[in-house]
Design a protein around this ligand. Structure first.
Ligand code: SAJ
Length: 440
């Protein structure tokens, strides 16, 4: 099939799409493509994920996703299977959206991506378009993706099939909206590949679609998250500094941000999730291979990784002199209003407290994860009789929490460690509780 023919099929929505990997980004992408009119077959190695999708009950919580999956299932445009090869059989386009985490040595773990690509390669046909959305280390397309696809299929990228990189950039909790409105980056192994992939993404996003050299696109994606990580590290550093001086960093940031060219992020319990803690490390690792140190980015990583320890020190101070204390940890997800607990700062705090023999009860309105302590989805149960309440996640439920109500369940001289600055200090103190926030 010629590129023009594929482009026509994309425009008329008759192109069939396989989405390999049905996680936090893959499933929303598959659903948005199906909703745009394509026939989509998703693939995931986890049987429970496939069954959940086919039953119209997605395994992840993301605003609007369940309804969208149901609608697409009903329209007969979305289904899921456990074999990526089967999903790709007869497909015109394969989008690969599998995780690329760090391994134990801090190196990019490319095994899930390699095995997904091998399955895609088994079903690869001339004229097909493969788009990789997984975040890659710089050079990943050339060093990993191209060899895997060509080696297993015997076909040549750019000559026999089209191949492009278009990293996902949607933020959890707004994934659907961002897939549909964010600008999109597309880098192809050749212009034809970029053109076809750009055509596909213009069917789902109202944002601009930028085509660029693959090497540039790989770095842009990593730089976006690195910018955020470094900015948060600056906020965290200022928070620790202001605390020492007895100044509220929140006021400092709020006023500094009124300057037209300042945009400081917020300090907190640390940086979690699947992307921010990892993407800067992809840059750092690549630089080291070139004999370079990205010192600022490395220091930012260390600062953000140190924040759970900073929170822990606040909890330990609050626990001084108490016997058999109980700590309630509010929030195990890595950020507000999501059920995602990957690389959550709460994990470090809970595990460290448990190692010290402290009784830890955790709560979360979305996620279910005990990290070795006791988990409950009843907030009342979690905080009852607690000496210290640590707020680790900025869920809206916690922002709305009434301090007067909370006080009824706590020990009389309880301390609130507000690692996400969700409560109003003066209100907490008015209730006679002690307040210790990050940065104030
Ligand atoms: N955080 C702070 N202070 C802030 C903002 C965030 O401490 O001011 C913390 C959060 O609590 C969380 C972590 O940082 O633990 C990361 O949260 P996030 O909302 O900044 O980002 P992610 O990881 O959920 O999503 C990011 C997004 N990247 C950017 O905004 C540049 C998203 O657009 C990407 O698609 C995603 O990474 C990804 O998959 O790469």
């Amino acid at each position: 099939m010629h590129t023009e023919e594929l482009i026509c099929r994309i425009r008329s929505r008759s192109a069939r799409v396989a989405v390999v990997g049905l996680g936090y980004v893959g499933l929303p992408t598959a659903a948005v493509l199906a909703d745009a009119g394509f026939r989509v077959v998703g693939a995931d190695v986890k049987r429970e994920v496939v069954e959940a999708v086919n039953a119209g009950r997605p395994h992840i919580s993301e605003p609007g996703l369940e309804e969208l999956v149901r609608r697409c299932r009903k329209a007969g445009r979305l289904s899921a299977v456990t074999s990526a090869r089967k999903a790709c059989d007869g497909a015109d386009i394969a989008a690969v959206v599998v995780q690329t985490p760090l391994d134990d040595r801090g190196e990019p773990e490319m095994q899930p991506l390699r095995s997904a690509l091998r399955e895609v390669a088994e079903a690869l046909r001339r004229g097909m378009l493969v788009v990789v959305e997984s975040t890659l280390p710089p050079g990943g397309m050339r060093e990993v993706v191209v060899p895997e696809l060509e080696g297993c299929s015997g076909l040549r990228a750019g000559r026999d099939f089209l191949l492009a990189y278009s990293p996902e950039r949607a933020i959890p909790t707004r994934t659907l909206q961002e897939i549909r409105t964010n600008s999109r980056l597309v880098g192809g192994v050749n212009q034809e590949s970029a053109r076809a992939a750009a055509e596909l993404y213009s069917c789902i996003t109202s944002g601009e679609v930028h085509t660029e050299h693959m090497d540039v696109v790989e770095i842009v994606k990593l730089v976006e998250n690195t910018f955020r990580d470094v900015n948060i590290a600056l906020a965290n550093e200022l928070a620790v500094f202001c605390e020492a001086l007895g100044v509220d960093v929140g006021r400092v940031i709020e006023l500094a941000n009124r300057h037209p060219r300042v945009n400081l992020h917020m300090p907190g319990a640390g940086v979690g999730g699947h992307c921010l803690p990892k993407d800067p490390v992809f840059l750092i690792g690549k630089a080291r291979k070139h004999g370079l140190r990205l010192e600022l980015i490395e220091a930012a990583r260390r600062r953000n990784e140190s924040m759970p320890v900073h929170v822990l020190q606040k909890v330990e101070k609050a626990l001084e002199g108490r016997s058999k204390p109980k700590v309630a940890v509010l929030g195990v997800a890595y950020k507000g209003n999501t059920d995602d607990t990957r690389h959550s700062p709460a994990e470090k705090v809970i595990k460290a407290l448990l190692r010290r023999g402290v009784e830890v009860h955790s709560h979360d309105p979305f996620a279910k994860q005990d990290f070795g302590g006791r988990f409950t989805n009843s907030m009342e149960e979690a905080v009852r009789g607690a000496d210290v309440v640590v707020i680790m996640t900025d869920h809206d439920d916690y922002r709305r929490m009434s301090t007067a109500e909370l006080k009824r369940y706590l020990k009389r001289d309880a301390v609130i460690v507000d690692a996400r600055r969700v409560l109003d200090r003066s209100e907490v103190e008015r209730e006679g509780l002690r307040y210790s926030g990050v940065g104030c």
